[in-house]
Write a protein that binds this ligand. Sequence first.
Ligand SMILES: [Zn+2]
Length: 553
Amino acid sequence: MKLEEIVLKYALLNAKQYGKASEDAVIKKVLAENPDVKKEIKQLVDIVKKVVNEVNALSKDEIERKISEMNITEFKKEEKKEPLPELPDAEYGKVVMRLAPFPSGPLHIGNARMVLLNDYYVRRYNGKLILFYDDTIGSEEKPIDKDAYDLIKDGLDWLGVKYHEVMYKSDRLEIYYKYAEELIKMGKAYVCTCSKEEIQKNRRLGIECSCRSRSVDENLRLFKEVLDGKIPEGRAVVRLKTDMKHPNPAFRDRVLLRISEREHPRVGKKYRVWPMLEFSWAIDDYLIGTTHILRGKELVIEDMMEEYIWDIFGWRKAKFIHYGLLKLKEEGAKLSKSKTRKMIERGEIKGWDDPRTWSLQSLRKRGFQPEAIRNFILKLGLSEADITMPIDILYAENRKIIDKMANRYFAVLNPVRIKLNYNVSKISIRYHPDFPERGVREISVNPSEIYVEKEDFEKLKDKNVALIGMFTVKLGEITEFVTNEVSEETPKIHWVSIPNIKIKIVMPNGNEVEAIAEDGVKELKEGDIVQFYRIGFCRLDNKKEMVFYFAHK
Ligand SMILES: [Zn+2]
């Protein structure tokens, strides 16, 4: 559209709305739609003057007529409705956020919220997202899994999360040591050689231990011994001086660093002193320039620690945004990663993509679409309240997408053989009822060998039913043709004849069920998602062995 036409459009609309067009209002509108025109502002002003004059000379009817001639829609400026609130103090182009997965296993559905909210906001503000592996040493109960690093990336890529940089805590030990030393020099941290039990007891009672009053020099000497391996594991920690009378006992002189001789999957035995997570975050969030931190609302003490340390150093502070816990109401959906790992080790489940893990990989295997997960998470919003969601909501989001993709096929789980006393050798039926353009599949029928679902057979025996794609019959061991008409009320059942093919379907609980399916499923490629009538949506995972994974009804 030429500039003059754009001006005319706004002048007409403005005149229609207010009786007379105003030059200022028109200029504003034109610039909002075409920021480039700012360069030629003088020319614009001239055009607007001329056009507004012309428009204001028109009668109301003429204005209406011109508007309809120009085919201008009454555009109330279509504001893109954002699903989530703004971030506090966010500047477009300057937001820096980080994803901080602990690599104990792949991301599962419960982690999707953290991941997608960060991705959402970084995109919205055209900011920067850092994938920052939170891989400090972990613990015996919650160890790092070497494979998790790649599994996490794989899950993020599948979800379409765009991160701009990858960092590892395990690369940054020297940095944490340096800042711990700074804190010691400032008299804000000390080496505590009390036992774990003593520390706990003193915290409970609000008592300062004698380590707290050691001189800076003494602390520096001890810290060096800690780093040099002269003090064994469990015999010393570095603690932050907060306040041993702090109302929250957990906040009383929290531990910053501890000794762990465990081997790290990435850096081996190179380091033996490891930071606690919140200490490392206090340092890193400052160093990488994090502007906003999305965090579960239960992690209050983490906020306190970061702020406390930022205050000591006089550092700029990131903003915390909290969200509530998301629980999925579904048997097994709360399986922890450490439990899963043990089950994998014991061979009870096949691997990280087993449906019982609820990992992103397992959802992909079942035919979930990343957009469905994204829609599901964004609809939950950013509420601080804990949410318990029936898993059906996620299924419904996915169904919206795959229902259109999935072609239909017949498969029978518990076959009962019937004979049909009517001669039919072939029928054709649409791949998808809503998309005739996809064409039809031809199914061979052998009237002496037709299989229907046992449940259907028992429930509907001796009644009129429609064999989908065929006609109305009276169901029985010998099934009789009734009529070619199929009425609305007639129950419709699916069936399989010969040739057919044996398939396996892996269910969400890990069980594998067998079924017979129409021969046409041989055409499918691995990764195809289909709907088997009655069974539900399934994804072909292994074509050689015809193994499908069940998604949902
Ligand atoms: Zn002590």
